[in-house]
Write a protein that binds this ligand. Structure first.
Ligand code: SF4
Length: 134
């Protein structure tokens, strides 16, 4: 991965809510309360895939997976940034208010697309996201 003084190359960021077909990292588990319990240090996506296979049902309904951001091959890509991360932060601010300052321990923060573009507000919204596998 290319490094710059500002961190990883923006073209090499990770998508924090990716379907299983693109997943490389097991990011977290969806708790019964609908929040994400982040897994640190990072585990391979296969760990979540195997656990979901035992439990049944789509892996994305129980786990959050991360993988390389595919930019223009994703419907949320605006041409310059991730429109989903932007939308999540904006709707979180409207419905919940200012985000908590405490950042969860997260294995991909250094390369996360949403954090890289939206800052700490992304993490508050991220904790409520269940990936839509469609
Ligand atoms: S938005 Fe924050 S908590 Fe969510 S994956 Fe990115 S760095 Fe981690």
């Amino acid at each position: 991965m290319t490094q710059s003084p500002q961190g990883p190359d923006p073209s090499e960021r990770m998508c924090p809510s990716t379907p299983v077909a693109n997943a490389t990292v097991f990011l977290g588990m969806i708790t019964p309360a609908g929040r994400v319990a982040y897994v640190t240090p990072a585990l391979p996506a296969e760990v979540a895939v195997d656990a979901a296979a035992e439990a049944g049902g789509p892996v994305e309904g129980r786990y959050r997976l991360a993988g390389p951001c595919v930019t223009s091959r994703c419907g949320f890509w605006t041409g310059e940034h991730c429109g989903l991360g932007e939308r999540l932060v904006s709707s979180y601010a409207e419905t919940v208010g200012p985000p908590e300052i405490d950042l969860p321990r997260c294995a991909i923060r250094r390369t996360c697309r949403w954090y890289g573009e939206q800052g700490p507000a992304a993490c508050a919204a991220c904790a409520h996201v269940v990936t839509d596998a469609r």
